[in-house]
Each structure stands twice: as structure tokens, then as C-alpha cells.
Design a binder for this molecule. Structure first.
Ligand code: SF4
Length: 372
């Protein structure tokens, strides 16, 4: 039987961060009960069958900003509705400043076994610039409490390429986080989305963004520090202690199927990618209003996407796994694309893997363009 992931979107935040264009709403916490009722209904009404669940991920938004009892209700509903594997990875995203020990304990007792904490930077100056609600101390306490209640699988999110961020700022964040020894660290580059408050401030030159070269230096520095400290890079932006790679992430990059529940949640099932309405009220009234079919995959589209997602991983795409899935050798099917990228020193091929070179890792977008 196939294994799939489940994603649950909790679209509430205490306050919007200045760079954020995710579907999340501030000042809407009064709607949390209604929202969760709709979420429970959407899960109950789901007619997809024929799978077991091997990862569950509560993301947002800030799942930890709403009542922990509501979160537990949703997890319980998933467990009764679907067959959840015993070793299922069950993650919840939390933000410092929105949790206390009781809340974390409730999550842990309900079955969450992985926690992902959004720090982004240890610098108070930078946290203020990007509009985060918390400070470093709140993050420190959050991680400490998560450990105390029993979490053994902890991720910390960091960012690079922030306005006015220097290499030293990033090194300081990394050192502080590594000292606390989480099992997993994600390090994403800031994407300055149009019309976000931060983008508007950048238009009037309020801050200075690192240049491309400076950002590449930061990334290189971070990789060295993380690797020196036992964090193995397994994807462009993700590093983990051995055995703690995120199953949820890997499912996405291995083109496994998943069902998304909640406003704006995306799903991928039976070769169709679709997403729920992004309008909170529409979702509360009728969860299935305005579901958008984003893509019905053709056999060619599916293969291209498999390459594009798989090449994000440092181990790359396994030739034998591709052959098992598509009954054709990728080196033959994509012979023109692969030989061009190998000639440009962006990809390398060994006995069973097609993967990015060091140069390819810096220029990943050029690789992905070949498979669009
Ligand atoms: S906490 Fe996350 S989802 Fe909420 S506003 Fe900040 S970046 Fe956006």
C-alpha cells in the first residue's frame, strides 16, 4: 500500500512578519474555533483511500498561536480517519513567544514527535528589522522547554540574506544554535516578496541587502560551520544530524503524494496537484469552495518534476529508482539536458546517481530550468 504525507495549515499569526507573504492572518484569533471545525469537517469528508500515512506536518502561519486543545483535536481526527503508521513523523511548527511548557507538553503527549522552531536570527537588531515577534531569549527558553517535555527531534529555522545582515551575524546565529544541539537546521534565503512591508522599506533604501556575492559567502560559511559540527547537508537549505533528515521534506523531494487540509493547503494525489481556497471566510463556510486544480500531470511533466525535486537533494536522483518508477533510464530520457549540464559542470553522474556538483549547488536555478 502506498504511503502518503498529511499537511495541516493553521493560518493564524500573532502579528505578520514584515517579509511574509504566506497565507496567514493577524488579529483573527477569534475565528480559531470556527476554523478548526471546518478543518475537522474537511478531514472527515475526505474521500481519498488506499494509503497509510507516514508523515504529518502542522505548519502555518503559527500553529502554536491557537489553543493547544484545538491542535490535539485535529491530530486525533487524522488518527481516527486514516491509518497512521506507528513510526509516523509528526511535526508541529512553533514560534518562540507563543508557547509555554504546558502547551509543549500537551503536543508531546498527543503524539507530536518533532518540533520546528522559527528563530531566523539570533540578532535582536535583525529580528526587529524583519518584524519577528520574539527575541533570542524566548527562542532559547522554547527549545529548552521542548527538550524538558520530551522532544528529541528538534529543528531550528534560520535565514540568510536579511537586510543589514553581515557574515558575523550569521556566524553568531549558527554558533548559538549549534551550541544548543538541535538535530536539524534549515537555512533559507530571504525572498523579498513584492508589496510586503519589508519590500516597501527596501524601495526607499531603509536597509541594505547583502549583494549576491556576500550572500554566497554567507552560504559557504554556514555550510562549513554546520558540516564541521556534524550537520550533514542533505538538501540545498537543509542540514541534519545523521538519521534526523526530515521525512516530511524528503517526501516532497521524492515526489511522494500528500493531502493538505486547511485554507490554502496544497495536495498532490493521483498525479493531480490542487489547492484549497486562500480566503479564510470561504474556507470556514465551505472548505471545498474554490479548490483549484493546479496541474494534472502528463507522463512527461511527472518525470521532469521528479528530476527537479530530486536534484534538490545532495544525493540527487537515483537512476535505479527513476527506472523503477518510470520504466525508462533517466540518462536516456533526459540525455540532452543531462549532457549539457554535465558539460557545464553543474551535474555529475556516478553509477546510480545524478547529482549537483559544488558549482551546481550555487547555480541550482539554472539546473531546474532545464526540467521545467
Ligand atoms: S510567523 Fe511565519 S507565517 Fe507568520 S507572519 Fe511570520 S513568517 Fe509569516
Amino acid at each position: 500500500m502506498k504511503k502518503i504525507g498529511i499537511y495541516v495549515h493553521i493560518p493564524f499569526c500573532k502579528r505578520k512578519c514584515k517579509y511574509c507573504d504566506f497565507v496567514s492572518f493577524e488579529n483573527c484569533l477569534d475565528s480559531q474555533d470556527e476554523y478548526i471545525n471546518s478543518l475537522l469537517k474537511e478531514i472527515e469528508d475526505c474521500d481519498k483511500t488506499g494509503f497509510t500515512v507516514n508523515t504529518i506536518y502542522f505548519g502555518g502561519g503559527t500553529p502554536s498561536v491557537i489553543s493547544e486543545d484545538l491542535i490535539v483535536k485535529v491530530l486525533e481526527k487524522i488518527k481516527t480517519k486514516f491509518t497512521v503508521e506507528e513510526d509516523c513523523e509528526i511535526t508541529i511548527e512553533v514560534n518562540p513567544g507563543t508557547v509555554n511548557k504546558e502547551k509543549l507538553e500537551t503536543y508531546y503527549k498527543a503524539g507530536f514527535n518533532r518540533i520546528s522552531i522559527g528563530l531566523q536570527s539570533s540578532s535582536e537588531r535583525l529580528l526587529k528589522i524583519i518584524g519577528r515577534i520574539h527575541n533570542y531569549e524566548e527562542f532559547y527558553n522554547c527549545l529548552k522547554m521542548a527538550r524538558e517535555v520530551g522532544f528529541e527531534n528538534i529543528n531550528v529555522d534560520l535565514m540568510l540574506g536579511l537586510p543589514n545582515q553581515t557574515n558575523d551575524d550569521l556566524v553568531d546565529s549558527l554558533n548559538k544554535v549549534i551550541f544548543l544541539n538541535p538535530n536539524h537546521i534549515s537555512l533559507y534565503s530571504l525572498i523579498l516578496e513584492e508589496n510586503t512591508p519589508l519590500e516597501k522599506e527596501m524601495r526607499i533604501d531603509l536597509y541594505k541587502l547583502p549583494t549576491d556575492d556576500e550572500e554566497r559567502d554567507m552560504y559557504d560559511t554556514a555550510k562549513k560551520i554546520l558540516e564541521r559540527n556534524g550537520y550533514i547537508q542533505y538538501e540545498i537549505s537543509n542540514f541534519a544530524k545523521k538519521g534526523f533528515e526530515s521525512k516530511h521534506n524528503l517526501n516532497c523531494w521524492n515526489q511522494e503524494e500528500y493531502l493538505g487540509f486547511g485554507v490554502a493547503a496544497h495536495s498532490y494525489f493521483d498525479k493531480v496537484r490542487y489547492s484549497n481556497t486562500t480566503n479564510l471566510q470561504d474556507y470556514i463556510v465551505n472548505q471545498k469552495a474554490n479548490v483549484t486544480i493546479n496541474e494534472v500531470q502528463t507522463p512527461e511533466g511527472e518525470k521532469k518534476e521528479y528530476m527537479m525535486l530530486g536534484l534538490r537533494k545532495l544525493e540527487g536522483v537515483s537512476i535505479s529508482a527513476f527506472e523503477r518508477k518510470f520504466e525508462i533510464n533517466p540518462l536516456f530520457y533526459f540525455r540532452f539536458e543531462i549532457s549539457k549540464l554535465v558539460d557545464e559542470d553543474l551535474l555529475e553522474v556516478d553509477l546510480d546517481n545524478i547529482r549537483m556538483t559544488r558549482r551546481g549547488l550555487d547555480l541550482a536555478n539554472i539546473i531546474f530550468e532545464e526540467f521545467i
